[in-house]
Design a protein around this ligand. Structure first.
Ligand SMILES: [Zn+2]
Ligand SMILES: [Zn+2]
Length: 379
């Protein structure tokens, strides 16, 4: 009994000391304490993508994203890493001056992937990928978030984009001696030579050749990958709005990946609401009696609420009624646009004799042929 209690206290104390030491940044990034700069970057790139809000929409994902950003921010800075190794997170906070520790996690992300503009070395950027996506008008009305998958090329994780089985398999190109180019002598005539510089075709100008290629990418340095992204559709988002996913286009070891740009439009549905900017259009069928005597209809709005269409008196076919505030939500503002309702009068396929008689009475009208017949019978 006493033994287990003691054990519990020991466990408790152990937990306490871990808590006091602060976050283990190495564990957060899943690397050893002796991790190289390259290993840190590799792990950060992987984790930050995994938890980036573009990919992971959960509360937990957001917290993780902040955590890995902070861990990488500290460990990728030699000075901060030294302080952290010696004095832990507390010591680091003192060094940073107690102010809100940590830079903008999105900036850290951009810099690690080379998106940050105005950097010392201007890196080549890959092409952007533009895609169109159709969503339900309901999603644009209420706002929604959805997942979709794209096919892209990604840097091979196994070889880290080198294409080689291991570091040792990367050797200086024997053909060009690592220069990437070679000199070729052409004989133009007797005793006349021309020297031309040619791109080395053995190493593709890289100056390195590979003895054994990586088994995952077979030396191509990139692999085909499916990437899942999270699309946020904002309330009232305009048609054709472009959502940018930074660095989600094809990757290559030779350039910084471009962006995936999703152009969002609403699906056109037959018989549904039609959108024009912040207004909605609707066609409502009414019967002859309703057209003549008035009516009260209910239409289900895009978010399921009832919209009452009510008129008294005569409604002409094709008449358009404007219902203020029943259109689309206005993007980034409060309020809604208007709803335009066009009434379409639907005539019955036929009338009974009784109905005909009643109508003749009501409108004081008779078909000319009938009048002629009436005359004959009277004679
Ligand atoms: Zn070569
Ligand atoms: Zn590979």
């Amino acid at each position: 009994m006493l033994g287990t209690l003691l054990a519990r206290i020991v466990v408790l104390l152990a937990c306490l000391s871990v808590a006091l030491a602060g976050t283990d940044f190495y564990r957060v990034l899943g690397v050893s304490r002796s991790a190289t700069e390259k290993e840190l970057k590799k792990s950060y790139r992987k984790l930050s993508k995994q938890y980036h809000p573009d990919k992971n929409d959960s509360e937990e994902g957001r917290a993780k994203f902040l955590e890995v950003s902070r861990a990488y921010e500290v460990l990728s800075d030699a000075e901060k890493r030294k302080t952290y190794d010696r004095f832990g997170e507390e010591g680091l906070k003192q060094q940073e001056g107690g102010g809100g520790a940590g830079g903008d996690p999105f900036n850290i992300f951009r810099n690690a992937f080379g998106f940050g503009g105005g950097g010392a070395q201007q890196q080549r950027r890959g092409q952007n990928m533009l895609a169109e996506i159709e969503v339900d008008l309901k999603a644009m009305y209420e706002g929604d978030s959805m997942k979709f998958t794209i096919n892209r090329r990604a840097i091979c994780e196994q070889c880290d984009g080198s294409g080689a089985r291991s570091e040792k398999d990367i050797v200086t190109c024997p053909v060009c001696d690592g220069r990437g180019v070679r000199l070729v002598r052409h004989q133009l005539g007797p005793g006349i030579f021309q020297q031309a510089q040619m791109h080395c075709d053995r190493c593709g100008g890289r100056g390195k050749s590979i003895k054994h290629v990586c088994s995952a990418c077979r030396g191509h340095r990139i692999v085909e990958q499916q990437s899942e992204l999270n699309l946020h559709v904002d309330r009232g988002m305009p048609e054709g709005a472009e959502i940018v996913f930074e660095g989600e286009a094809d990757e290559s070891p030779d350039w910084v990946a471009g962006d995936v740009i999703m152009r969002v439009r609403s699906k056109k549905e037959r018989g549904g609401f039609v959108r024009k900017e912040s207004n909605l259009y609707w066609k409502e069928p009414i019967s002859v009696s309703e057209a003549l005597l008035g009516f009260k209809h209910r239409v289900r709005g895009l978010d399921g609420h009832d919209i009452v269409l009510s008129r008294t008196g005569v409604t002409q076919p094709g008449f358009v009624d404007v219902i203020h505030g029943e259109g689309m939500p206005i993007y980034h503002l409060s309020g809604h646009g208007d709803l335009y309702v066009e009434y379409q009068v639907v005539l019955p396929p036929a009338l009974t004799t009784k109905q005909q008689d009643a109508l003749e009475q009501a409108f004081g009208y008779r078909h000319p042929d009938k009048i002629a017949k009436d005359g004959h019978t009277e004679l």
